[in-house]
Design a protein around this ligand. Structure first.
Ligand SMILES: [Zn+2]
Length: 432
């Protein structure tokens, strides 16, 4: 119990740190009105892995999400993302977003609030906008769609502080904390325990989650030409910094190449995720996964920032920012190794370790009878995600083994099994 209290204390310190940074951002004049105070929940969600499946939407709501996505406006084809800056002609235009006009060469901090929230009081969250002096694409960064995933919040802050609108071609829009209500409670979920990242592109007449998703998607995301959604592993699991991307989409492939030397995992997006809805609406999107929840992990943050800044340089939006030299992304197929027994999980590998087929990954010891079982790798590959040491139940996904493959193979294999959309997203949802 004392450990839990300490974790909770440090989490609140981190929250205060982040909020104070956001309030200090010199990006504009509007203040975020943080009016509502959320009732705290009992905090059990970070302890219960099983809720992930329960929480996932039923097939009925998933069909509704597909229906909505099918009717969401598909953007006009504007040419390949890779050439967007070179192909742009004329002068940069003012950017219209959230009822505000942002002139070229300026930055603003705006405030977005989804209407009709739980208490009937809108809760607002900052939206950072940099409109460059020269024309180009609009790239959006979103973080903390899951409220306990902190690394992305800090990545957005660092990226926005590193860039001057006077040196930018195109525009950058950042939403550092999408799920404000979950963030305040240190929870992945919304207060009604729904996973916001299963409700995009949303519905103005649906559940609270669907309404928040709809508002974000139409008020903010619809302005983007490309989207990078920042996540971490979930439930005491951490991910090696990696991209999740649907490599069947050429503009998505452009995005993955732009990130430089970051591991790329081909993954067809789960229905209802922001990545899914954006791509369906013609906005190529990738998810960055880096580290685990409820902590600020500086190495992961720096890795993510370097990737994003390399992307902006590759797209021609900025000039030489921390460019990874001659990047060669690595594509992985992947498989989760699950615990057969319940007990105390202790790892013998670390994130990023290379493993051979049959190598010991970790062990699970039954605390009652001291029986010990070993978890061995079924493949040769690399550990791209893993659980922190903890007590687990049978079936718990413990180690995510990436299997190196090339880009073409990765996307072809997925096509074969792509007949049915991934619903519930348990495997992919270890994260995103
Ligand atoms: Zn997430």
């Amino acid at each position: 119990m004392s450990t839990l209290l300490r974790q909770s204390d440090s989490f609140h310190k981190i929250c205060q740190y982040l909020v104070s940074f956001l309030l200090l951002l010199p990006l504009g004049t509007l203040q975020a009105g943080e009016a509502a105070v959320d009732p705290s929940d009992n905090g059990i969600d970070v302890l219960e892995d099983a809720t992930l499946e329960v929480d996932s939407r039923s097939s009925e709501t998933s069909a509704a999400a597909e229906e909505m996505a099918a009717h969401s406006p598909v953007r006009e084809y504007a040419g390949p993302l890779a050439n967007a800056v070179d192909d742009a002609t004329g002068n940069a235009e003012p950017l219209q977003i959230l009822g505000v006009e942002i002139a070229p060469g300026t930055s603003r901090r705006l405030s977005w609030s989804a209407t009709e929230l739980f208490e009937g009081v809108p809760v607002s969250t900052p939206v950072l906008v940099l409109n460059g002096v020269a024309p180009g694409p609009t790239v959006c960064l979103t973080a903390a769609v899951h409220g306990d995933e902190l690394n992305g919040i800090e990545m957005v802050r660092r990226v926005f502080h590193d860039i001057e609108p006077s040196r930018l071609s195109g525009a950058l829009i950042g939403v550092p904390i999408v799920n404000v209500q979950g963030f305040r409670r240190g929870s992945r979920y919304l207060p009604d325990r729904r996973d916001l990242n299963r409700y995009f592109p949303g519905n103005p007449n649906g559940s609270a989650a669907a309404r928040i998703a709809y508002s974000l998607f139409n008020d903010v995301i619809a302005n983007c030409d490309a989207l990078v959604d920042l996540h971490t592993g979930s439930f005491e699991r951490a991910n090696l910094p990696q991209l999740r991307a649907d490599l069947r989409n050429p503009d998505v492939v452009t995005l993955t190449h732009g990130f430089g030397a970051m591991v790329v995992l081909h993954s067809k997006p789960t229905v209802g995720t922001l990545r899914y809805a954006a791509t369906m609406a013609g906005i190529p999107a990738v998810t960055v996964e880096a580290g685990g929840p409820s902590q600020l992990e500086l190495a992961e943050v720096k890795h993510g920032v370097k990737g994003i800044e390399t992307l902006l340089t590759t797209l021609g939006m900025t000039r030489r920012m921390r460019l990874w030299g001659d990047p060669e992304p690595v594509y992985y197929r992947s498989s989760w190794v699950r615990a057969d027994n319940g007990g105390i999980l202790l790892s013998d590998v670390s994130l990023g370790s290379s493993v051979r087929k049959g190598d010991l990954l970790g062990s699970i010891t039954d605390p009652m009878n001291n029986a010990r079982t070993e978890l061995r790798s079924p493949y040769s590959g690399r550990i791209i995600g893993m659980a922190r040491n903890q007590v687990v139940m049978p079936g718990f996904a413990a180690f995510h083994v990436g299997i190196e493959t090339d880009e073409v193979t990765a996307s072809e294999e997925e096509v074969e099994v792509a007949q049915k959309p991934a619903v519930g997203g348990y495997v992919d949802g270890m994260s995103e």
